[in-house]
Design a protein around this ligand. Structure first.
Ligand SMILES: C[S@@+](CC[C@H](N)C(=O)[O-])C[C@H]1O[C@@H](n2cnc3c(N)ncnc32)[C@H](O)[C@@H]1O
Length: 265
């Protein structure tokens, strides 16, 4: 998406949910919140010797955490120019790294340039084929022994085909992206088919828009700012209500998951 498109007045009814949420001031979109992000970074063991690539950083909430870990290098690849500029600004203050405009499935970065690659709340919204391409791209970017972390929405095991179809179609409808969460087993298979060996998995409730999670992720001030913007616009209110209702309706069937995978040495 180009910057001009993002600069236009947003249509709260039709824009993808993440653009709506960004516009209302939410800075984090990952389904397991910042707590599961911290778990992912711990399990990825990001340290001073690492060359880190983040796919689709959005507004750069995890970029800030990475800067505190002082890796050797950090490169982010983001499709949206507005988000890329935002992350560049964070990096300018942090004095490390770069964020380039590009796609996660075709980053243009060198083979084996990274020891750690990760992406959050980004694979779920891709088609089956693009999910596969992104996992393969992560594999290509990593040097042997490198670690790949994903933080995505996850369907519980053993759901009937009918409920799975219903969830996919409702999420597509309310999120206005082709959201297709996988089960933990399917996420694992996606990574293994790209050549990875999966070394760990963690799950957490998918509470993206719950008040408690909102405050944990955005802080009290950020949460209040978000709430006041939602209250101020009837179309934003309607849209957020629709998203929350869908998340609540399917809360027994949806989780957040982090998987850690390793490229064989
Ligand atoms: C739901 S937001 C997640 C942002 C951030 N990772 C987070 O968890 O807060 C999805 C982000 O992925 C970006 N995106 C979607 N598809 C992409 C792709 N194929 N390549 C690069 N970025 C992509 C969007 O521009 C957006 O910033």
């Amino acid at each position: 998406m180009d910057k001009n498109r993002e600069d236009r007045r947003i249509d709260y009814n039709r824009a993808p949910a993440y653009e709506v949420l960004f516009r209302l001031g939410k800075t984090t979109m990952r389904p397991g919140g910042m707590e599961l992000t911290r778990t992912m970074l711990e399990e990825l063991r990001v340290g001073e010797n690492d060359n880190v690539v983040e796919l689709a950083p959005g507004r750069g909430a995890t970029t800030r955490l990475i800067l505190e870990l002082l890796p050797q290098s950090y490169t982010a690849v983001e499709r949206s120019r507005a988000s890329q500029q935002n992350v560049q600004e964070i990096l300018r203050h942090g004095g490390l790294g770069q964020c380039v405009v590009g796609t996660a499935q075709e980053t243009g970065l060198d083979d084996g340039c990274a020891s750690v690659v990760f992406g959050e709340a980004m694979l779920t919204m891709q088609t089956k084929e693009t999910k596969r391409k992104i996992a393969q791209e992560a594999y290509r970017l990593l040097a042997p022994g490198g670690r790949y972390g994903i933080h995505e929405t996850c369907l519980k095991d053993n759901l009937s085909a009918d409920i799975t179809t219903e969830i996919e179609s409702t999420l597509k409808d309310v999120l206005r992206v082709a959201a297709r969460p996988l089960t933990l087993k399917e996420w694992r298979m996606l990574l293994e088919e790209a050549g990875f060996s999966v070394s760990g998995a963690n799950e957490a409730p998918m509470h993206l828009l719950e008040p408690k999670r909102m405050i944990q992720d955005e802080g009290l001030w950020g949460g209040l700012k978000f709430a006041s913007r939602v209250i101020a616009s009837s179309s934003a209110r309607r849209r957020i209500r629709g998203i929350r209702q869908a998340f609540n309706r399917y809360s027994d069937y949806i989780n957040a998951a982090v998987l850690i995978a390793v490229k064989p040495a």
